[in-house]
Design a protein around this ligand. Structure first.
Ligand code: ATP
Ligand code: MG
Length: 230
């Protein structure tokens, strides 16, 4: 098992081919200290999601390795790895059930109070209590009770409740009204605080706030620096 981690993540000479002879990553190196926030940017097909897929071990690298706190993730159980890595995907996943259930999915033994605290921390509480049945409002996987922005806030509350040391976030591109957009920006700050995070970033505000911006091109790292440096 992977012991309880601090969240230092090291990518070493990472090469990955989905299909033989067509590398999606061509030797990726990055050393991330616990608590840093990394924005991954680059054209479509540049390898951003591939790095995240390898970090979650949806695939194992063709060459190279990923270490978390010095442990090669290839040699730990997938269960112990994934229990310490939070993932918020672009298509923020809402299942049929109440809003409370959807947030609780982050940590199944969370109390109602903890659920509401998490929702408050990411500015989701106000809109939730304005719904007909508040936290007990039933939502559908593809229903329209929730706007795209509200879905994101719910998924942030879920991730916050899970409290992983490492967070992966594929930022949504959906257009969102200004008011919700501001809430999301603030919620993101709360969610990222004190964790190592990797964000496939689309918002300028997210990129600006990152400790490091990694620019990928055709499976290689082209540039690295913070917003002032690049
Ligand atoms: P986007 O911004 O479009 O999400 P990305 O930077 O996340 O792009 P990746 O998904 O990492 O890019 O893709 C890197 C390369 O790997 C691309 O050439 C892509 O076509 C290829 N690729 C990605 N997923 C697969 C797959 N499941 N099978 C085969 N090739 C894939
Ligand atoms: Mg992608």
């Amino acid at each position: 098992d992977l012991p309880n981690i601090k969240g230092n993540v090291k990518f070493e000479n990472l090469v990955f081919e989905y299909e033989p002879g067509r590398p999606a990553l061509k030797g990726f190196n990055l050393d991330v200290r616990a608590g840093q926030s990394i924005a991954l940017v680059g054209h479509t097909g540049s390898g951003k999601s591939t790095i995240m897929n390898l970090l979650c071990r949806f695939y194992d690298p063709t060459e190279g390795r990923i270490e978390i706190d010095g442990n090669n993730i290839r040699h730990v159980t997938i269960q112990s790895l994934r229990s310490q890595i939070g993932v918020v995907l672009q298509d923020t996943f809402i299942f049929s059930g109440t809003i409370r259930d959807n947030i609780r999915f982050g940590r199944l033994n969370a109390t109602n109070e903890e659920i509401e605290l998490a929702a408050k921390a990411v500015h989701a509480h106000d809109f939730i209590v304005s719904l007909p049945n508040g936290y007990d409002t039933e939502v559908q996987e593809r229903g329209n009770v929730l706007s795209m922005g509200q879905r994101q806030l719910i998924s942030f509350a879920r991730a916050l409740l899970a409290n992983p040391r490492v967070l992966i976030l594929d930022e949504a591109t959906a257009s969102i009204d200004t008011d919700t957009e501001l809430k999301i920006q603030e919620a993101l700050k709360t969610l990222l605080a004190g964790r190592t995070s990797f964000i496939v970033a689309h918002r300028l505000s997210t990129i600006r706030n990152a400790d490091k911006i990694v620019v990928l091109d055709h499976g290689r790292m082209m540039e690295i620096g913070n917003h002032d440096e690049l």
